[in-house]
Design a protein around this ligand. Structure first.
Ligand code: PLP
Length: 505
């Protein structure tokens, strides 16, 4: 037998088993008992740094892997925000699927490089199948191009780059900033669109001034008339509309743009139609959602985020491009040192990365575990829970509700004596300040975790449920908790002159 090399980083098989079994036991305990823990601990950044020993120098000598793994697990498990907690309602971050956790473990163990088929035969085929199933779920053509990305931002970037080359041609790839078209390309999107579009316009050479921010209606949806006139105006000025980006589920309020109308307009005009479905895209598989969402099936490209409503552990995004050739056209190079066959997909030709990890495995296992039926059932339940919470929030005298779309609801705390005067400037300012304070206190309370939105200059609270652990008891507990924090903060913060409730203006 060949003698094993005594490498510092290797583990013996016995060590590997010991550490692995211990870690799996700790994770199983965490999942089992998460509900009984605070959503987040209330340690300060200083305390966290202290626990870590953040100023310690790089260790000169190594340490015992068994002790190290145990300490690492403790540090993380005891000092984290649990976005898998049933009362985590912040941002749009999902509870991670337990099988997905294990799938990531398996993926790193086999460690396929999903940049090229030869380096990852089964993994590449699994990713191809995953992308096709995601398209199928959305009602999108299954012969589309696409690949897994790190998240929604990167998925949107992939689509943006495909649109850029479609509009600017080879010239923009070769000449970049100096090409004729680079200065003329314009992108159209509503002012509720996520910041990914600013990063994309900036990073990929168009500049943020190339974004035409289209106004929204009172449901936070892109206004078609404004879009039409803006495109017309730009064409007259000799500019080139590169893309219209609609959103299926905006990040603030879950609004769905009029996607079928945008699709029709883009077809008439020959403009690339992109849909950012990072949050809401998967709800296209669900009947109880506004019909407009089905318009994403007509888009030239769609970005979705399996680490949101497919409950995959971070990170997993997915870009779909209707015409696979256009996706390749944006990314493909053939340097002499790569000799990979053309008979199947080499994903390095389809996106920004070269070496690629196996993100698809956890998503693929999730889809197989629950099937379309299971997934639709969970998304529907998240939406029903949100509507239920919205009802309970609306029924409470001390809370004012604003919107409830997909699985996002918005509301704020309003002391009863101030209700009559919420439009008075001083009251409006105070309510913003009060709700910001309520948000900060709720976030560190460990009882529930919510985030915020700004709607018509009002600072409001926001809940989002992408969480298969949340129950009706959890959502019904929310109004009482918010009111309790609201009363307390109001008692401490209200300025003297607003105390009577009578406002002189
Ligand atoms: C979350 C989100 C993004 C960004 O996705 P990441 O996965 O955080 O990169 C973009 N757009 C919308 C609508 C989102 O909800």
């Amino acid at each position: 037998m060949t003698k094993k090399r005594d490498a510092a980083i290797d583990l013996t098989s016995a060590q590997f088993r010991e550490i692995g079994h211990d870690m799996v036991d700790r994770i199983a305990d965490l999942l089992e008992n998460m509900r009984n823990r605070p959503v987040i601990g209330n340690k300060t950044p200083g305390e966290i740094k202290g626990l870590l020993g953040s100023g310690d120098a790089l260790p000169e000598k190594g340490s015992d892997p068994i002790v190290l793994a145990r300490n690492g697990a403790e540090l993380l498990i005891e000092n984290s925000l649990y976005n898998g907690h049933p009362r985590f309602f912040g941002y749009i971050t999902a509870s991670p699927a337990p099988l997905g956790i294990l799938a990531d473990f398996l993926a790193s163990a086999v460690n396929p490089n999903v940049g090229a088929w030869q380096l990852s035969p089964m993994a590449t085929e699994i990713e191809i199948q995953t992308v096709r199933w995601i398209a199928e779920l959305l009602g999108y053509p299954v012969d589309c191009g696409g690949l897994m990305t790190s998240g929604g931002n990167l998925a949107n970037f992939v689509c943006f780059l495909a649109a850029r080359v479609d509009a600017g041609g080879d010239e923009i790839r070769a000449q970049g900033f100096n090409s004729e078209s680079a200065r003329k390309l314009r992108v159209y999107t509503s002012n509720e669109t996520h910041t990914w579009i600013m990063k994309a316009a900036d990073l990929f050479g168009l500049g943020t001034d190339s974004i035409r921010w289209i106004e929204t209606d009172d449901m936070q949806r892109l206004d078609m008339n404004s879009l039409r006139s803006r495109v017309e105006e730009d064409r007259k000025a000799g500019l080139i509309p590169m893309m219209v980006s609609g959103t299926a589920g905006t990040v603030s309020t879950g609004a769905i743009d009029p996607l079928p109308e945008i699709a029709e307009f883009c077809r008439e005009q020959g403009i690339w139609f992109h849909v950012d479905g990072a949050y809401g895209g998967f709800a296209a598989a669900v009947d109880m959602v506004d019909e407009d969402i089905r318009g994403l099936a007509e888009a030239d490209s769609v970005a979705v985020d399996p680490h949101k409503w497919l409950y995959a552990p971070l990170e997993a995004g997915c870009a779909l491009v209707r015409d696979q050739a256009k996706l390749r056209k944006a990314f493909s190079y053939h340097p002499p040192y790569y000799h990979f066959g053309e008979e199947t997909i080499n994903f390095f030709d389809h996106g920004l990365q070269n070496s690629r990890g196996f993100r698809a495995l956890k998503v693929w296992m999730g889809l197989k575990q629950v099937g379309r039926e299971g997934l639709v059932g969970m998304i529907e339940e998240d939406i029903r829970l949100t509507r239920d919470m919205y009802g309970a929030l609306s029924a409470n005298e001390e809370l004012q509700t604003f919107t409830c779309q997909l699985s996002i609801a918005t509301f704020r705390y309003v002391p009863p004596e101030l209700k009559e005067n919420i439009n008075d400037v001083e009251v409006a300012e105070y309510l913003n300040k009060l709700n910001e304070e309520v948000l900060n206190r709720l976030k560190t309370s460990g009882e529930i975790f919510v985030s915020n939105a700004v709607l018509n200059d009002q600072f409001i609270l926001r809940v989002c449920i992408v969480n298969f652990r949340t129950t009706y008891d959890d959502v019904r507990a929310v109004p009482e908790i918010v009111v309790r924090f609201g009363r307390k903060a109001d008692g401490e913060l209200r300025p003297e002159k607003l105390k009577t409730g009578k406002v002189s203006s």
